[in-house]
Design a protein around this ligand. Structure first.
Ligand SMILES: NC(=O)C1=CN([C@@H]2O[C@H](COP(=O)(O)OP(=O)(O)OC[C@H]3O[C@@H](n4cnc5c(N)ncnc54)[C@H](OP(=O)(O)O)[C@@H]3O)[C@@H](O)[C@H]2O)C=CC1
Ligand SMILES: O=C(O)C1=N[C@H](C(=O)O)C[C@H](O)C1
Length: 252
């Protein structure tokens, strides 16, 4: 049995996970954490994880970026592994994640779906062939109107997969509105669309002379992320300190 704390339990992802866990016999929710709670959950809910006095094997986090500092402090203090899924972290927070991972196991992934994690692998091969052949690389993501960060964590992670192959030489560009010059070769452009209930669309476009190749991923429900997070929690239980990602879980 794996006892978990759901950090952000009353949010959209927290609720999706709780729904899926009804069918999971190996995982028990020991506690939840959320800024606001109506007392409807069948477990204790704390407003700040640092005040949580319930023991658990793993924390699953889908919350908000400002809450991640306290989450890291708690996981280090209690030596509890953490599946860290919240996006939009600042560069200071990313450093804190690295520091915390020296003390406890942290699995950080901007996208828990199998499809996106496989796409990250495919992109490496595509980039190695297409970038030297002169193809320009653009990433377009679309999400629901409630999303607060842009570009999405997934778009940035896809960019990082590409960038790694390119030796980190390409600049990320988020806004060309004030610019009056042609696109330099060594840049990756990011575009973010927000509207309605779009779960999460990502397109990585390789645009060459007279031909375009687009790698697309469409999430049709939040369950694809929740499934991955549950799989990751089972994987992380009892692991030594370190920074893990979904490739460790999927094994590719
Ligand atoms: N890695 C992945 O695969 C995925 C990552 N995400 C990311 O997960 C995060 C959450 O997404 P989503 O569920 O859609 O967002 P929601 O806004 O629906 O949920 C976030 C929840 O966290 C709560 N919260 C606020 N402050 C705290 C705090 N101090 N401690 C604990 N919880 C707190 C919010 O409460 P309140 O609303 O009252 O402020 C809210 O209930 C986002 O960053 C999103 O980008 C989402 C999907 C997949
Ligand atoms: O906020 C969301 O909804 C999502 N956020 C993640 C991101 O920023 O990439 C993952 C997914 O696309 C849904």
């Amino acid at each position: 049995m794996t006892n978990v704390i759901i950090h952000g339990c009353n949010g959209k992802m927290g609720q999706t996970i709780l729904e899926l866990l009804k069918e999971e016999e190996e995982i028990k929710v020991a506690a939840g954490v959320d800024a606001f709670d109506e007392g409807k959950n069948p477990f204790p809910v704390f407003s700040d994880i640092r005040t949580c006095d319930v023991s658990a094997d793993v924390v699953i986090d889908f919350s908000v970026a400002p809450a991640v500092d306290g989450l890291l402090q708690y996981c280090v203090r209690e030596h509890i592994p953490c599946v860290l899924c919240t996006t939009g972290l600042s560069s200071e927070q990313l450093k804190k994640v690295e520091e915390a991972s020296k003390e406890t196991a942290i699995l950080k992934s901007a996208n828990m779906s199998l499809g996106i994690n496989m796409l990250m692998k495919l992109l490496k091969d595509a980039t190695a062939i297409l970038a030297p052949a002169g193809f320009d690389i653009e990433i377009v993501e679309k999400h629901h109107k409630l999303k607060v960060d842009a570009p999405s964590g997934t778009a940035l992670a896809l960019g990082d997969s590409v960038s790694e192959v390119l030796g980190g030489e390409y600049e990320y560009v988020y806004d060309r509105s004030g610019r009056r010059k042609q696109r330099p070769k060594k840049e990756i452009g990011f575009s973010a669309v927000r509207g309605g209930t779009i779960v999460g669309d990502h397109d990585v476009i390789f645009a060459g002379a007279d031909e375009v190749i687009t790698f697309s991923h469409r999430a049709y429900s939040k369950a694809v992320f929740a499934k991955g997070a549950i799989q990751a929690a089972k994987f992380l239980k009892g692991r030594p300190a370190g920074l893990y990602d979904m490739s460790d879980v999927i094994g590719c």
